[in-house]
Design a protein around this ligand. Structure first.
Ligand code: SAM
Ligand code: SF4
Length: 342
């Protein structure tokens, strides 16, 4: 076993990442930065955001070493996220390093697409497989109201570039009640025209300013009703992968699908297969977890691969059965979405 990044190692851990509820973990979400070039109100404050000092952020070598160890424990799927991952300098280089690791079969990226026009080609060539693009509205004024930035045109160019490069694309739309009801159907129509699945995400209590309130959640069932009334009837697609977070529906006319990530009204914790690495090197077993494991300390402190592998297994073993958004005991995680990695 070797503590050196990038060096082949003989560790065959055998044991998969299984928690005490028999959930097998093969999916790692990696936040590459907590910075962002826009300021969605349900994620970040408008001003004065406290970002991690650069030296606290994991280097590409540290991330790659961690993923190599995690791949040996059965991680096969990666998603790069943030903050906004495309503001991390030289991101395609990281994608290339990760794509070379044995066992990694799928690398996806979640982005606001502001910088995607320039980055889509380099990311494709580096080995990125899929893109999820965050867009809540097709109205430029509403976009600015939500993100506090005038970047709608660049996002649309980013979507064009992603499709031109041949990426499979999905759209992520955060659904805040009283704000986006009029945007639900136009987004679905856009998706149907462009061959893109729109995934509507219920507003979650992960904002930096504690503005979340149950009354602000536009539920998946309310959105389904809007879509069937304004676009056309839908039917649920029987789940091919029960561990996928979205419940998917297809339009009965055969044109297009939509998905719902209903973390609040239909939690999917029992099928969860995900762990998360924050940009500053902390491992989390849940988006809503209160506790974290500091793996940066190990990565920078001379720990060998086997010690890090043990720490990952241990973190997974401590995983809870699920978040408690719907219970009186719910405590929001100490970090907001942009600092965890959505
Ligand atoms: N900046 C990238 C983006 O916006 O896609 C990646 C990071 S962002 C934190 C990841 C996803 O989190 C976004 O696609 C957005 O849909 C979602 N998100 C952010 N805040 C949220 C909230 N309070 N509730 C539900 N989803 C949220
Ligand atoms: Fe930035 Fe993504 Fe958070 Fe919006 S949701 S502020 S794009 S990190």
């Amino acid at each position: 076993m070797t503590p050196h990044p990038g060096v082949a190692h003989p560790v065959t851990t055998g044991e998969a990442l299984v928690d005490t509820f028999h959930r097998v973990h093969d999916n790692l979400r990696i936040s590459v930065t907590d910075r962002c070039n826009i300021r969605c109100f349900y994620c970040m404050p408008e001003d004065g955001v406290q970002f991690q000092p650069r030296q606290e952020i994991l280097s590409f070598e540290e991330i790659t070493r961690f993923v190599r160890i995690a791949a040996d424990l059965g991680i096969t799927k990666l998603r790069l996220t943030g903050g906004e991952p495309l503001v991390r300098k030289d991101l395609p280089q990281l994608v290339e390093m990760l794509a070379r690791l044995p066992g990694i079969r799928d690398i996806a990226l979640t982005t606001n697409a502001v910088l995607l026009k320039e980055m889509a080609g380099p990311l494709r060539r580096a080995g990125l497989h899929r893109l999820n693009i965050h867009l809540d509205t097709l109205c430029p004024t509403k976009f600015q109201q939500i993100t506090r930035r005038d970047e709608f045109a660049r996002v649309m160019e980013g979507i064009d570039a992603a499709q031109t490069e041949g990426f499979p694309v999905k759209l992520n739309a955060v659904a805040v009640k009283g704000l986006v009801e009029d945007d639900i159907a136009p987004l679905a129509r856009f998706g149907r025209e462009r061959g893109i699945e729109v995934r509507y995400i219920e507003f979650m209590p992960l904002d930096a300013q504690g503005i979340w309130d149950r009354n602000g959640v536009l539920s998946a069932s309310a959105m389904l009703e809007i879509l069937s009334r304004e676009v056309g009837p839908l039917e649920e697609i029987p789940h091919r992968d029960l561990r996928a977070p979205a419940t998917e529906y297809r339009f009965l006319d055969g044109v297009g699908t939509v998905g719902f990530i209903a973390s609040v009204t239909r939690p999917f914790c029992l099928n969860c297969n995900r762990i998360r690495l924050t940009a500053d090197g902390h491992l989390r077993y849940c988006l809503f977890a209160i506790e974290e494991t500091d793996v940066k300390r190990l990565l920078r402190g001379g720990a060998c691969d086997a010690d890090i592998a043990d720490t990952v297994r241990d973190t997974v073993r401590r995983k809870w059965i699920g978040h408690e958004i719907n219970s009186a005991n719910f405590v929001p995680p100490p970090r907001p979405m942009y600092a965890i990695g959505g």
